[in-house]
Design a protein around this ligand. Structure first.
Ligand code: PXP
Length: 250
């Protein structure tokens, strides 16, 4: 339980509305409409991941979301020159750098900040100067947290994918090991003065322990919410996620 009861922010990732649209081609369902609905349902931000192969959202979706929503936009992207140009043209509230491999189905691991620190330091400088809060998507690993602080990133997002997988498998021992790593990494991040976020693979049943990590101030959640929207609607799914997050912070 978190003593101060501080409110955790929820960033809703709408990429998979685009996945559904792209499966058929055409314009439906419209990712901007989902973003506006999420905003109305109380999301604190909209997250979009412009992948190099444009398999989810496209450049025109970035234009539409940036122009259409009032809440902060978090643009996830690989640390490439092309993506830097796009981010600098849009100046979103936040830019989250993620590792990207073309063959992966989703973002599989964290960024190797420690192994690429000089390049990443130079890469994030213009983004920071343009006013975007730069976040690095990293594993719960002390070496990566330290490297993120060293290169001057103000925010880290902890990859909770392994924790989510162990929850799904019912492997409680491995889940608890991951959870301990996440608690330690979040505490270390705060010690270094970093803002700490978390995301990947969260759903109604596994979100509680992550929402209870005291240093975490934002969760970014997408695939489960969009899937659940098929059954109960996006607004109801967001409301229930918010309820579960609040319960963890009572
Ligand atoms: N945060 C980051 C940095 C991500 O790359 C993703 C996946 O795109 C998410 C959060 C959301 O993950 P999910 O769609 O599994 O909720």
């Amino acid at each position: 339980m978190v003593a101060d009861g501080s409110r955790l922010r929820l960033g809703v990732n709408i990429d998979h509305v685009a996945t559904l649209r792209n499966a058929r081609g055409g314009a439906d369902p419209d990712p901007l409409r989902a973003a506006l609905l999420a905003q109305q349902a109380g999301a604190d931000g909209i997250t979009i991941h412009l992948r190099e192969d444009r398999r989810h959202i496209r450049d025109t979706d970035v234009d539409a979301v940036m122009a259409g929503v009032q809440i902060p936009v978090n643009l996830e992207m690989a640390a490439t020159e092309e993506m830097q140009r796009i981010a600098l043209a849009h100046r979103p509230h936040a830019v989250c750098l993620v590792p990207e491999r073309r063959e992966e189905r989703t973002t599989e691991g964290g960024l190797n900040v420690a192994g690429d620190d000089n390049r990443l330091r130079d890469y994030i400088t213009p983004l920071r100067e343009a006013g975007s809060r730069v976040s690095l998507f990293i594993a719960a690993d002390e070496v990566q947290v330290e490297a993120a602080a060293r290169i001057g990133a103000p925010v880290i997002e902890l990859h909770v994918g392994a924790y989510a997988e162990y929850c799904a498998e019912g492997n409680d021992a491995a889940r608890d090991v991951e959870l301990r790593k996440l608690f330690a990494a979040a505490a270390l991040g705060k010690e270094f003065g970093l803002e700490v976020h978390a995301g990947h693979g969260l759903n109604f049943t596994n979100v509680g322990p992550i929402a209870a990590i005291p240093e975490v101030v934002e969760l970014n959640i997408g695939h489960f919410l969009i899937g659940e929207a098929v059954f109960i609607g996006l607004e109801a799914a967001i409301h229930e996620m918010r309820r579960q997050m609040n319960l963890a912070r009572l």
